[in-house]
Design a protein around this ligand. Structure first.
Ligand SMILES: [Zn+2]
Length: 349
């Protein structure tokens, strides 16, 4: 499938020193793709900075001003685990804008799918606060922008980062036009993401927020099981017009922060489920956006696996049935808990 890659060396201008969320992450991944001969197979898409109007589709103007002033003063410590430098604000605008460049390329059918290799990450950022290394919620801005510009009423956001995307959940909690699906490590930062948080708003958003909390050391089979048992049937029912992915690779067994047990090639299996959904529902229209992943080498393995799956996508390939996966009992019971919480909204479960 024709696949776009969004990257710019300017993503290194958000200087965090020896912080785990640093520029080596994306630079290493980009070079890794180059060494694997992958760049020639991808359509390079130059990111543009998001405008204030676009950032404020999600964030409060007073908060945006705070980030800008912090950055212009030379950065330092922003609180809540966030550090930055002069250049943080512009880099954060370029990260959010990179996802918009991606969505435009996909919606205008210049590519079928795109991977945004951007930083800083976004899914913890709420309308008025930075959190967990995130300043602006890239994926949420992307979803709001896509809905507005292309008149979309059903966008699926799949978040496979190890941590719950509390910011994304909060932004869309009362909104049925965005179905937020998050699989994450139970009780990990920031402690949100319970299975019974199903969405809200006089019934309007109910069922459009799906949380799957998993035990430590969950692996490729566990994750694929969750995707095939919960995500896929619900997504086919929802029938999205666009699929966005918060693609964090901090679930890799060798990650410096994460405590999960995914392998590099395992991410190809998760990407395959997402592409099956996008292929069946919306002509493949999908944008993968980098979130966490703090061991540059492990992160790069994940990025390569996902991008390779996109480039070589063949909808005819048969995938193993979920029953054949080797799944932990605790994961099966987590899936049952999600079914109990969601089955009244999704009879297919
Ligand atoms: Zn994470």
């Amino acid at each position: 499938m024709k696949t776009g890659l969004i990257y710019d060396p300017a993503y290194l201008n958000h200087d965090t020193g020896s912080h785990p969320e640093n520029g080596d992450r994306v630079a290493y991944s980009y070079n890794f793709l180059a060494k694997a001969g992958m760049l020639e197979k991808l359509v390079a898409i130059k990111p543009r900075p998001a405008t204030m109007e676009e950032i404020e589709l999600v964030h409060k103007p007073v908060y945006v001003t705070r980030v800008r002033d912090f950055s212009n003063r030379g950065g330092g410590n922003f609180g809540e685990d966030n550090v930055g430098s002069r250049g943080t604000f512009e880099t954060a605008l370029l990260a959010a804008g990179g996802t918009l460049s991606a969505v435009d390329a996909v919606m205008e059918r210049k590519v079928e799918s795109a991977f945004a290799l951007v930083r800083p990450p976004g899914h913890h950022a709420t309308p008025g606060a930075a959190m967990g290394f995130c300043f602006f919620n890239n994926i949420a801005i992307c979803a709001r922008y896509a809905a507005k510009k292309y008149g979309l009423g059903r966008i699926l956001v799949v978040d496979w980062d190890e941590h719950h995307g509390n910011g994304t959940e909060e932004i869309f909690y009362k909104d049925s036009s965005v179905l937020y699906f998050s699989v994450h490590r139970k009780w990990s930062f920031p402690g949100t993401g319970h299975a019974n948080n199903v969405g809200d708003g006089e019934g309007k958003g109910a069922g459009f927020n799906i949380n799957v909390p998993l035990p430590r050391k969950s692996n490729d089979d566990d994750y694929e099981y969750v995707f095939r048992q919960i995500l896929q049937p619900v997504a086919y029912e929802y029938n999205p017009e666009l699929v966005l992915v918060s693609a964090g690779m901090d679930t890799h067994a060798k990650d410096y922060i994460g405590q999960m047990n995914m392998s590099g090639p395992g991410y190809a299996r998760l990407a395959a489920v997402v592409l099956e959904i996008a292929g069946r529902c919306c002509g493949g229209a999908s944008v993968f956006v980098l979130e966490g992943g703090y061991n540059p080498k492990a992160l790069a393995e994940g990025v390569l696996a996902v991008v390779n799956t996109m480039v070589n996508w063949d909808p005819q390939v048969e995938h193993p049935a979920a029953e054949n996966l080797l799944v932990k009992i605790a994961v099966k019971s987590a899936v049952s808990g999600v079914r109990r919480a969601q089955e009244r909204y999704w009879p297919v479960l």
